[in-house]
Design a protein around this ligand. Structure first.
Ligand SMILES: *Cc1c(COP(=O)(O)O)cnc(C)c1O
Length: 400
């Protein structure tokens, strides 16, 4: 194992930026009062999180009144979906989403189904893109809400959220987007997108894990998941996570300040990585849209290779990435996203997701390409399927 780690799993989480740590420290060491306390020691802290809320809202084109702090992106998605469906149950019980959502959305949809709601899952094409007319066709008079992911965490495809939200609005359907992969990485403005709800999470843009946000358009009915105190305008009880909120505000300021240069850097390295792998390794394919994709995302399937083995062998070379199996579940089922774009189980199992951060260098990428070439060749040498294929016993490879 080499000393240096090449971290290519920025879609899973990012490192906390040093400036963000500096921003947070005073709120552990000195200003640890409760923002709900009436004395100055609490009220000073309240003023600081109010400032953080205003800055974050401005960065998203929202008003501070419409921004709610949560514990993570998962909470934001659960809140937006479950509580809004509940709040509007007199209108109907139909919910629309896509077949390629993060589990925080798809499992919330399953939760709704178990409680008497009906869910329609809009399909995607082979690039992971939703067709606007398919979306329109899924909306019904009793549809309360639609939730569509902005940038896909696995295959990187970016959906036309503004167009989808406009269609939802025409049909008087509320629209939520899971923007966890785009906030801090691409321009995200709630007015330009025209969404009613938007979720984001700090640890995907260089803030710590355990803090997120939900934007809720003014006038939309919804109740928070938690009952308790009057925090977050009585919509999300629980004492505010002051240091993390301050850190998230700083992290978003930094991300926005460097947005175009970082997006250009990640896009360039991603394109370099994809074109080198596709031209230098046989029998592999890019998953996700070739151009409408997250700047730092490369997702590639290698035929005759098992994704988990690929990951372990790359780790031995100091490269940290992710595979296409259902993450963290210990399950061997391939990702629902890879199946939804039409991959066979076999090919989905050979998938590798590499996600680039602003600290990634071209040398990291070139080292990674060499490592992938070596490891894929080694694994194929051990693969009976590959042996059959080479010997002509398996007629054609599924990938050219
Ligand atoms: C990471 C992620 C989430 C979950 O966010 P947490 O803060 O880890 O709960 C939700 N949606 C997408 C697209 C993600 O990438």
């Amino acid at each position: 194992m080499q000393d240096k780690i090449i971290y290519l799993d920025n879609a899973a989480t990012t490192a906390v930026a040093p400036e963000v740590i500096q921003e947070m420290l005073p709120y552990f060491e000195r200003y640890w009062g409760n923002p709900s306390s009436l004395y100055d020691f609490g009220q000073q802290v309240r003023a600081d999180i109010t400032d953080a809320r205003t800055r974050i809202a401005a960065n998203l084109g929202a008003s501070a009144d419409n921004l709610y702090f949560t514990s993570c992106g998962t909470e934001s998605n659960n809140w937006a979906i479950k509580e809004t469906m509940f709040a509007y149950q007199n209108k109907g019980r139909h919910f629309v989403t896509s077949s390629i959502e993060h589990h925080a959305t798809s499992h919330s949809a399953e939760w709704l189904e178990k409680r008497g709601c009906e869910v329609s899952y809009v399909k995607v094409d082979h690039n992971g893109l939703i067709n606007l007319e398919d979306f329109r066709a899924a909306l019904r008079p009793d549809t309360v809400m639609a939730s569509i992911i902005h940038g896909n965490n696995e295959i990187g495809t970016i959906q036309p959220i503004a167009e989808l939200a406009a269609i939802a609005r025409e049909h008087k359907v509320l629209f939520h987007t899971d923007a966890v992969q785009t906030v801090g990485h691409l321009p995200v403005n709630v007015e330009d997108l025209g969404v009613d709800f938007l979720s984001a999470s700090g640890h995907k843009f260089y803030a710590p894990k355990g803090v997120g946000l939900l934007y809720i358009r003014k006038g939309v009915k919804t109740k928070g998941l938690l009952d308790g105190g009057a925090q977050e305008r009585k919509r999300r009880a629980g004492t505010e996570n002051v240091p993390y909120i301050m850190g998230m505000a700083r992290a978003l300021d930094l991300s926005i300040e460097h947005l175009s240069e970082r997006a250009a850097h990640a896009t360039k390295l991603r394109n370099h990585l994809i074109s080198r792998v596709l031209s230098e390794v046989d029998h592999c394919r890019l998953n996700g849209h070739p151009t409408l994709r997250l700047p730092g995302n490369a997702n590639i399937s290698f035929e005759f290779v098992e994704g988990e083995s690929l990951l372990l062998m790359l780790e031995q070379k100091g490269i940290l990435a992710s595979s296409g199996s259902a993450c963290a579940s210990g399950s061997l089922d391939p990702s629902h996203v890879l199946l939804a774009i039409g991959l066979s189980h076999e090919i989905a199992h050979g998938s590798l997701r590499l996600t680039i951060g602003h600290e990634t260098t071209q040398a990291d990428i070139d080292y990674t390409v060499e490592a992938i070439k070596e490891v894929v060749a080694q694994l194929r040498e051990m693969s009976p399927l590959y042996e059959d294929f080479i010997a002509g016993r398996k007629a054609v490879s599924a990938i050219k």
